[in-house]
Design a binder for this molecule. Structure first.
Ligand SMILES: [Zn+2]
Ligand SMILES: [Zn+2]
Length: 136
């Protein structure tokens, strides 16, 4: 299943929609028009929302969960003589490895899931800076 998720500029809600072969994208909350997907295979060459050609890959992972795991590990240190730290960082790493990556548009921040983002690089700060002015 391919999905696109983004913050709607009109209603400010984050929504995710499933992409079918050809689809007009519109916000499920306020139905404002987002863009159009012509070919799903080419979606990572040309963002259907803003037309941007640059994407980065990012783990579809809630950073808070990772922090929470580490906090539990740190909290257990007095009882485990510090052993909880390597154990919990291992758990953290194992979970992280299993999480699929998603592709994110540099310009509008739209998130694309279900695609193979292996050809994409992770976020580059100098490229991100170029697009800062387009993001809110
Ligand atoms: Zn909306
Ligand atoms: Zn975009």
């Amino acid at each position: 299943m391919f999905t696109i998720g983004r913050h709607c500029e009109q209603c400010k809600k984050f929504s995710e929609i499933e992409l079918k072969d050809v689809s007009l994208l519109s916000c499920p909350h306020c139905s404002v028009h987002w863009g159009e997907v012509k070919t799903i295979n080419e979606i990572l060459q040309n963002c259907p929302v803003c037309g941007c050609r640059q994407f980065y890959q990012q783990k579809d992972f809630n950073q808070g969960v990772g922090c929470l795991i580490m906090l539990v590990g740190i909290g257990l240190v007095p009882w485990t003589y510090g052993l909880s730290l390597p154990v919990f960082s291992l758990i953290d790493w194992l979970i992280y490895r299993k999480i699929p990556s998603m592709a994110v548009c540099y310009r509008c921040g739209a998130e694309f899931k279900g695609f193979d983002p292996s050809s994409l690089k992770s976020f580059k700060h100098h490229i991100g800076l170029k697009y800062d002015k387009f993001r809110t």
